[in-house]
Design a protein around this ligand. Sequence first.
Ligand code: PHE
Length: 338
Amino acid sequence: MTKIAEIKQRFEQDLSLCQTLLHLQDLKSKYLGKSGELTALLKGIRDLPAEERPVFGAKVNELRNQLESELAARTAVIKEEELKRRLADEKIDISLCDMQPWGALHPVTLVQNEICDLMIAMGFEVMSGPEIETDRYNFQALNIPFDHPARDMQDTFYLTDNLLLRTHTSPMQARYMERKKPPIKMICPGKVFRSDNDASHSPVFHQIEGLVVDKNVTLRDLKGTLEYLASHLFGQNTKVRFRPSFFPFTEPSVEVDLTCCNCGGKGCSLCKGTGWIEVLGAGMVNPYVLENCGIDSTEYNGYAFGMGLDRIAMIKYGIPDIRLLFENDVRLLRQFGK
Ligand code: PHE
């Protein structure tokens, strides 16, 4: 019996020193394992007189139960502590992300997205086309034959005699009409290229082409569409003005001006005192172009426009030099962040 009491006392002492689950496992096998102290004690039962054995056995079992329940209680406490420690150690501070500088959409992308959204709302399909074009789609299908003086309107980067960097998004008119039959309502945003470089011209810039082909389309449909677009881009009171112009692929052709969003039409430095800002070229699709693309021009007609996105972004955000759009100076770009 003294042995039992002595084991219990030592166990309590050992237990109070246990810090980890590993310690507890060692303790368990030291006292309760196959060659542990209690097992050894039980083996000693043989040396006792028969009448003392049951009492002794019961006492040892009682001790075993006691040790087991104390071990279990301590295990639960240590498990809880270890979990708390791990949660604290492995905590991920997601607010750290805020310290990274956020990216921002480029002003041209912002304007492009806004225009696409407005056009989609009016039922237009958004397409994209190749930046390297053939002479046929960039010029010939659009009624600009070889050696025609109208080619001089667009200083072209030729790759070969037949391949070039597209000078406008208009080739997508032809590509689209060849594949789809009217009614057609499509827009095509994208990069275009011309051999030009000054404060208002960049060798790469952006356009959005628009094309509608159906029966009985008129210039008034074009004007209504552009008025809707302009009033959403630059404000309710923006007016749209058509001036006669020339493009080989539209007849009649117009230059389209908007009232200056800076001065509201009174005249300022942005509109050079005129009150108007030119933003796009447009017109009724030339019947030759429809026929070139396999559409019967006696049955169908349409309108098309080509709008400079960079210019619209510059006007909308007050950017004075087009080259700023392509320098990727983060001080400019960050101003468009959240
Ligand atoms: N493609 C012409 C340009 O880049 C713009 C335009 C498009 C004009 C469609 C009329 C119709 O200058």
